[in-house]
Design a protein around this ligand. Structure first.
Ligand code: DGL
Length: 285
């Protein structure tokens, strides 16, 4: 335990990582967080691997230089798949946590042994995901769906003027992708477990549940990532021990490379955050 006041950096291509930030705040109420939403360059899932790696490094360098991080959480499956290995090599001293689709927890939860996975095209096409799938081979059947357009529609659902059309698009895409995957339910051979392999998708849990019914369990990674972050900080002696929890505004600073109003709306909707917590990132990021 320590009184180390340095913040933990968290980033995503956009607002999806706020779902991870929610869990981090609950698990680590004494810690400060700096969140960067790279909205101007979202969605990562439909960009090249090289592009996502370049964005990941630019953001990491910026956060380290500006905010003296004590740890970094890559709250994006696509960026983790593309760049976590390189990040670890470049920053061997930095406690680093990534996210990956929760296939192993899903195997433990599924009764039917058939699991659906929704993720971005970048994640699904990555070597890292292929290795993850390999590691659970034979333990269950997996139906994997790349969901082009879904993260973008979720991004747009917080933007003034675009929200209504984006909500409609989300409904259409969820119907289209879940129908393409096959039958969901508790019956023989049906998918009773759906892994949300993109941090954005946590924010469409409600319409997904309405579509698939209560027999299907949705699995996300925010809580496991938060627990892993705590373990890393503990092991490095960096966990902050001050008894009084910080107020939301002391604890959280959010930055965007894109539209400030969109981030403010998302932070208010999902984290109940006051507007003063959100800022524009410097133009060079
Ligand atoms: N939220 C991200 C993920 O977990 C990326 C979504 C995107 O930008 O395509 O993969």
């Amino acid at each position: 335990m320590t009184s180390d006041q340095r913040p933990i950096g968290v980033f995503d291509s956009g607002i999806g990582g706020l779902s991870v930030l929610q869990a981090l705040q609950t698990e680590l109420p004494h810690e400060r967080f700096v969140y960067l939403a790279d909205n101007a360059h979202a969605p990562y899932g439909e960009k090249t691997d090289l592009y996502v790696r370049q964005r990941t490094h630019a953001i990491t360098e910026h956060l380290l230089a500006q905010h003296q991080l004590k740890a970094l959480v890559v709250a994006c499956n696509t960026a983790t798949a593309a760049a976590i290995h390189e990040l670890r090599t470049r920053h061997p001293q930095l406690p680093l946590v990534g996210v990956e689709p929760a296939l192993k927890p899903a195997v433990a939860l599924s009764q039917t042994g058939h699991i659906g996975v929704m993720a971005t095209r970048g994640t699904v096409a990555s070597d890292k995901f292929a290795r993850l799938l390999d590691s659970v081979r034979g333990q269950a059947q997996f139906t994997v769906q790349a969901c082009n357009g879904l993260a973008l529609a979720i991004e747009q659902s917080t933007l003034p003027g675009l929200a209504e059309a984006a909500e409609q698009r989300i409904t259409e895409l969820l119907k289209q992708y879940t129908a393409a995957m096959g039958a969901f339910g508790k019956g023989l051979g049906q998918m009773d477990t759906l892994v949300l392999g993109c941090t954005h998708y946590v924010f469409v849990e409600k319409p997904l549940k309405a579509l698939l019914g209560s027999d299907v369990q949705l699995v996300s990674t925010g809580e496991a990532v938060a627990r892993q972050t705590r373990r890393l900080l503990e092991a490095a002696g960096l966990l902050r021990s001050d008894p009084a929890p910080l107020s939301a505004i002391q604890r959280l600073s959010l930055f965007t490379t894109g539209d400030l109003h969109g981030l403010e709306a998302a932070a208010q909707r999902w984290l109940d955050l006051p507007q003063g917590a959100c800022h524009k990132a410097p133009a060079h990021v």
